[in-house]
Design a protein around this ligand. Structure first.
Ligand code: ADP
Ligand code: ZN
Ligand code: ZN
Length: 733
């Protein structure tokens, strides 16, 4: 009997062997339901072998092999294997994590969902079926066989026309392996005169050059960095590249950082490619929607797949182009469980398929910038804004050391807002949220409200007089008096978005003010409503955090005020400066997009800091070079490769003991640096104590082989009360 080696979603780095009645190589990539302990679970067949290393009496039999959809392709399985090796995460968990929820369940996909647009074809086995074995009175079966043999392909719709019972029969035959679903063979997609239409702008010289350079290399693997200032028309470059991909019948994968950006970009794509099938995959979908999109991609029916990081695991048989927009964005890195970087996996996929991958950004990550410098990536520049006469906004610093503040607002900023309102233009007040939320402070003794479960300060929500923990979600009411000294005059300290909104209301009573934060966009469609009211000029002043910074086009926005950015200048996180710069370039980029000239005012105590100087000059390279020099001296990435062993337990001493043991379990080989364990920045989270241990090396290869060896040892060391995980290429500490 053949032995199936199955990937299961369990935290053990091994495959599991099962006996199958009938199976062969062709079943690799199919899902299979198997007994595991006392439960039934579903996994994926990764190998079919003649025998097992386990004694036969230990082997259990599979419950059933699902033949409801086509098997996962060899390429997708190779991606999972790479991901498992590189991030040192159990293969079974990687595979199952990469599949839509419905494919992880113990039930086959309902034929209506799975086969909606699919067409069926007889397999070799199906062709060999002797028709005389089908009872003569079963006319539906005979009819189906005849149609399938004559016409080759059968759509479910047509099957239903034959008989309502046909669907069930097809399902049985699928399960028997007599039928397979067919990937439509796409001829090159018609790009019908689209380029002549009025809505398509002629390219700027820089855009043309970028498009021409990349398309000249369309059949090769290359990592292209599209480095374009805000408003330089990177989207138009993407659109032209996708047009080329469509013209040769290839699929394009477009990865974007935020789910909130999906509808906007999707609308742009739909308008341009009205006849192409566009699938968007993001966390806002329900399980069925996600599965349908995934299947359309797998069958090669979807031309464009637009999605957030998880979409990097979508099966794409005819993948011809990958685009990663805002490649520097931290949300491409998963921050729990399998801590993969979707951007880096996208590059792996491009290499695997020998196709181009385009990383777009106004402020590439330092890692990417460095890869351009060393020649691993190829860079294309868009130095000018695409719309004629749209200059980059003028950036000025307001020196706060010589200004008196009115509720956090300086006089020059107030004057600028006033002028902006008089001209009936919009302004945006951007608040750097990192460490900036209002906390409850006792002015007489200095006590602040802290979360009992985390070490983080609680954030004040004035409206309902409550305090909330932004890390674990804990909620409580304001204390009536200071628990430490009894003072009853407790005040919120720090200027969060709500406080600033009040200050603005007081200053500009007739202005229409809209605050945007995580809470205000939670409802479905809230984001679209907000964008609409901005575009229809129903808003005068926008107040918000980094959510507002990304990718949106606000044609009437003339002024951006930046508050609280100084905090990131002196952070203990070595990436804080890079992040702040990116954010400020992005918010600044919101202003002056169309014909309205833009102005950016930054309230700061350090107007001469190099970061603000670079911002004033819109000079990414100067800052990137100065940060690179710092990183080189300090021995930080991109000059070294890092991995973090993260551990947590109910007591800190347990975590530290575990990490200490982990540190001593191996002698650090040459070229590998192992640091001492330290408590995490957010030491207590959801009631757990957390700490980590940093390992780094100048050689990625050395680091990887060390990690492989170390992981094996760690597994032996593991105690049930300490949880640990490796974070390769960590971006948060
Ligand atoms: P980026 O993503 O680089 O910040 P966008 O792609 O949002 O820039 O483009 C900025 C604006 O320029 C958009 O309104 C877009 O429609 C417009 N645009 C892009 N390319 C051209 C072009 N070649 N001619 C005229 N307008 C253009
Ligand atoms: Zn007090
Ligand atoms: Zn908490």
């Amino acid at each position: 009997m053949p032995v199936l080696r199955v990937a299961l979603n369990v935290p053990l780095d091994t495959l599991f062997d099962y006996l199958a009645g009938e199976s062969d190589e062709n079943d690799v990539g199919l899902r299979v339901c198997v007994p595991f302990g006392t439960k039934k679970v579903t996994g994926v067949i990764l190998e079919v072998c003649a025998s097992s290393n386990l004694p036969p009496e230990k082997l259990k039999s599979v419950i059933s092999i699902f033949r409801d959809i086509s098997p996962l392709s060899g390429e997708l399985l190779a991606l999972f294997r790479f991901c498992s090796d590189y991030y040192h995460h159990p293969l079974g968990m990687v595979v199952m994590n990469g599949l839509p929820g419905k494919l992880r369940s113990n039930k086959p996909v309902s034929i209506e969902t799975g086969m909606r647009q699919a067409r069926f074809k007889l397999t070799e086995a199906g062709r060999r079926v002797d028709l005389s074995t089908i009872p003569a009175r079963n006319t539906v079966m005979h009819r189906l066989q005849v149609v399938l043999r004559n016409e080759q392909l059968l759509a479910i719709r047509d099957a239903r026309d034959i008989s309502p019972r046909a669907v069930k029969i097809l399902k049985d035959w699928m399960q028997k392996g007599w039928l397979e679903t067919v990937t439509e063979i796409h001829e090159a997609h018609e790009v019908h005169g689209e380029l002549a239409e009025k809505s398509v702008p002629g390219l700027t010289p820089e855009q043309s050059e970028a498009v021409a350079t990349i398309t000249a290399q369309f059949n090769h693997f290359d990592t292209w960095v599209l480095h374009g200032v805000t408003g330089s028309g990177k989207t138009e470059v993407y659109l032209r590249l996708i047009t080329k991909a469509l013209a040769v019948g290839a699929q394009t994968l477009v990865l974007i950082p935020e789910i909130s950006l999906t509808p906007q970009l999707e609308a742009v794509f739909r308008e341009r490619f009205s006849t192409a099938r566009i699938v968007s995959l993001h966390s806002g979908l329900n399980d069925t929607e996600r599965l349908i999109g995934w299947l359309q991609a797998q069958r090669g029916e979807a031309h464009i797949i637009l999605g957030t990081r998880l979409a990097v695991f979508t099966p794409l048989p005819r993948l011809g182009l990958i685009i990663v927009d805002e490649e520097q964005d931290g949300s491409f890195k998963q921050q729990d469980g399998l801590r993969y970087s979707a951007r880096d996996l996208a590059i792996f996929r491009a290499k695997q398929m020998q196709i181009p991958v385009v990383l777009g950004s106004a402020t590439p990550s330092l890692e990417t910038y460095y890869n351009v410098k060393t020649g691993r990536y190829r860079c294309l520049h868009l130095r000018n804004r695409a719309i004629k006469d749209a200059a980059l906004p003028e950036v000025e610093c307001i020196d706060m050391r010589s200004e008196k503040l009115v509720n956090g607002l300086s006089a020059p900023l107030i004057r600028a807002i006033k002028k902006c309102l008089e001209q009936q233009l919009q302004c945006l007040i951007f608040i750097n949220r990192r460490g900036y939320a209002p906390v409850l402070l006792c002015p007489s003794c200095g006590w602040t409200a802290v979360c009992q479960r985390c070490s983080s300060r609680l954030v004040v929500h004035l409206q309902d007089k409550r305090l909330s923990c932004h890390h674990c979600g804990h909620l409580e009411y304001f204390p009536l008096a200071c628990p430490q000294c009894g003072n009853q005059d407790m005040i919120p300290f720090g200027r969060g978005t709500q406080r600033i909104e009040e200050a603005l209301e007081a200053q500009f009573p007739s202005a229409r003010i809209l605050r945007i934060d995580r809470d205000s966009i939670r409802r479905k469609n809230a984001w679209q409503m907000i964008l609409r009211s901005i575009h229809h000029r129903e808003v005068d002043i926008l107040v918000g955090t980094q959510l507002l910074a990304k990718g949106h086009d606000f044609p009437y926005l003339a002024l951006v005020g930046v508050l609280g950015s100084d905090r990131s200048l002196f952070s203990t996180d070595f990436r804080a400066g890079e992040r702040l710069f990116t954010q400020l370039i992005q918010v600044a980029g919101r202003a002056g997009r169309a014909t309205v000239a833009g102005r950016v005012l930054v309230q700061t105590d350090f107007p001469n800091h190099p970061l603000y100087q670079a911002l004033r000059q819109h000079d990414y390279n100067v800052l990137a070079e100065s940060i690179l020099t710092e990183r080189k001296t300090a021995g930080f990435p991109p000059f070294v490769y890092q991995a973090l062993l993260r551990a947590e337990a109910h007591s800190l001493s347990k975590v530290m003991n575990f990490l200490g043991a982990a540190q001593n379990i191996v002698k650090s080989p040459p070229g590998i640096e192992i640091f001492d364990p330290v408590p995490a920045h957010m030491m207590r989270l959801r009631g757990m104590e957390r700490a980590h241990l940093l390992v780094q090396s100048r050689s990625r290869r050395k680091l990887q082989s060390f990690l492989t060896h170390w992981c094996e040892q760690l597994s032996d060391l593991t105690k049930s009360d300490v949880r640990w995980i490796l974070d390769v290429d960590p971006i948060e500490f």
